[in-house]
Design a protein around this ligand. Sequence first.
Ligand SMILES: NC(=O)c1ccc[n+]([C@@H]2O[C@H](COP(=O)([O-])OP(=O)(O)OC[C@H]3O[C@@H](n4cnc5c(N)ncnc54)[C@H](O)[C@@H]3O)[C@@H](O)[C@H]2O)c1
Length: 303
Amino acid sequence: MLKILANDGMDSSAVKHLEDLGHKVVTEFHELDKLKQVINQYDVIVVRSATKVREELIDIMADGGKCKLVIRAGVGIDNIDHVYAESKGITVRNTPNSSSASVAELTIGHMFAISRFIGISNYTMRNGEWNKKQYKGVELAGKTLGLVGFGRISKEVAKRANALGMDVIYSEIMGEQEGYDEYRYVEFEELLKESDYISLHIPFIKEKGAAIGEKEIALMKDGVRIVNVARGGVVCEKSLLDALNSGKVAGAAIDVFEEEPTKNTELVNHPNVSVTPHIGASTKEAQKRIGIETYTTILEFFK
Ligand SMILES: NC(=O)c1ccc[n+]([C@@H]2O[C@H](COP(=O)([O-])OP(=O)(O)OC[C@H]3O[C@@H](n4cnc5c(N)ncnc54)[C@H](O)[C@@H]3O)[C@@H](O)[C@H]2O)c1
């Protein structure tokens, strides 16, 4: 029998599956101090983004010798000191395949929102306003969408954008991808210059800093719209806000923030911004798939 601590919770059908196989799953949230006391009772810890698995917790796990597997139920593993963990003999896995469709749909939803004043209309109408004349939007059809990074999520966005009649271009550090002739590979700088919409689908790497800052925004078309459902910090919030205020950027959609929960009220309250509180993977379907990918990983690991 395996003892599994799903510290940020786990889809109930995944819990049931593991329990039916005779394993014990605890889904209670433990703060770090408590977590340090109990971690060595478990074989596996599963986390989403709330629980941080930093060096001090990893040291306790390594000393205890029982908890050998950390699973991030999601994509980004920036809340886990994964290189350190691996150096201490603790395996770190994520569930990269489960949430792409959900994140892609949110991306497209945000693109509509910042093109048609959907968010701000909801807000102002509830205050009794009827701003019909102010809310003249733009169509997505016929516009160029620049995708930065061409991995799992980006490809799902590309498919949907293509179906909406957008021209899709992409930049990718691994170079042009085979089998995607309907989309055009371009250098990053060219993408910045050509796109009407720019959506980023890359990890945040602290040492590299923001992929989009003042310099990159200066190269973009006037009236460009920017979407960040990837990771906080990938787009520099200060540069983005300045560009929204100057009108250089006509709209921005943000699901992920430099600090979460964000305190950047000026950005959140900007009338040309559409925001969501890091809900890219928060759909019933994605959570179910994440649950399946999580237990499959656990069962494979201990086979
Ligand atoms: N909002 C959410 O809730 C949510 C949910 C899931 C994933 N994400 C984030 O979405 C991002 C993409 O996820 P994915 O599953 O598509 O990852 P992926 O690894 O499949 O794709 C990322 C791609 O970006 C490329 N890349 C990295 N840096 C680049 C750069 N500077 N320029 C161009 N290309 C670059 C990589 O080579 C890779 O092909 C991740 O940051 C992930 O954390 C967010």
